[in-house]
Ligand binder design. Sequence first.
Ligand code: SAH
Length: 397
Amino acid sequence: MKSIFLKAGREKSLLRKHPWIFSGAIDRVEGNPSSGETVAVFSHRKEFLARGAWSPLSQIRVRAWSFQEEQKIDSAFFRSRLQSAIHCRQNKWDSASDSNYACRLVYAENDGLPGLIVDKYGNFIICQFLTSGSNYWKDTIINELQALLYPQGIYERSEGEHLSQEGLAVQKGRLMGEEPPDLVEIKEQGCRFLVDLKNGHKTGFYLDQRENRQLIGRYSQEAEVLNCFAYTGGFSVPALLGGAKKVINIDTSAPSLELAARNLQLNGINSRRWDNISGDAFAVLRQFRADKRKFDLIILDPPKFADSRQHLDRAARGYKDINLLAMQLLNSNGILFTFSCSGLVTRDLFQKIVAGAALDSGREVQIIGEMNQAPDHPIALNFPEGLYLKGLICRVC
Ligand code: SAH
């Protein structure tokens, strides 16, 4: 058996069922495991702790699959974990009762499957195998998904800067069944969206914002809306269907805005009710401030500003600047939907940054709602790293 022995005292996080073992915690390795292979993890005193995937290049050297000694890591294990993750989302499909429903089926560590993302868009499944362990079991996982879901096609998008830390290369392409068409239509609470599964951000769409998109309509009646970092119009469609007078979309990506335009047309929204501005949101908002433009509702959903601790200060400045600009552009009693998807920026820190912006703006600002990532992106309590998206709904008096 391939085994890992930890240094004395380094078993504490595993006993709390945190699934990561860092390289510095390991005393010795027996049996020369290959990348992704299953190892048994023992404490210094040779007590069993977990079974996990060996990742020889990553700082996170082992990711635990199970904390039970009798649990074999085999196709039955993956079937059972996939089944329970999918089952948790099943209610949502029933209420949506819609073949165009989109949601995340597996959210990695938070569903007990480290490094594996599985998203469903209608009848297509998009997978990401982001760690050596999930990659090692790729064929098994695909076969189990096929047997559980009978999708029209399974497509892989294993991409991102973390792959190289696992010794993995980018992998993209059809895994089973049909390749998805260039655009797939999904439906969400009366909104229709075209999604580029093969080249769009993440697996194509910001599924994590689903519940927050549904809130937008409530604040949109008769509102002049500014949707910054608009991507393909995820917030613009429900705002306009919810009664917004007008929405201005800002994004640096012209192709994303073109798809936003198609999505607005698809929902039958008159083109007089929206505008696209292709450009840097910081610069556009500064220009609007100079022009004394005002809005009733502003959405700030920027990309991740902090991907490491060294960038935290810079990220905080970015969040503060953009929030300050938005507050200055809001009419009296205007509403700000403001988000941070940087996992390193905690909810507390984010609130402090927004409070700093409020102070500098000279406006009185109240929090009237808090937002999270959608429930198909659960946060396992033994894995707080699962939380990354948080948002505030503020009234700017
Ligand atoms: N709100 C969107 C998701 C936003 S993702 C939704 O719910 O679908 C972040 C977006 O910000 C991306 O589309 C990216 O192209 C855009 N972006 C990144 N930097 C930007 C900048 N400085 N100004 C404007 N847009 C930017």
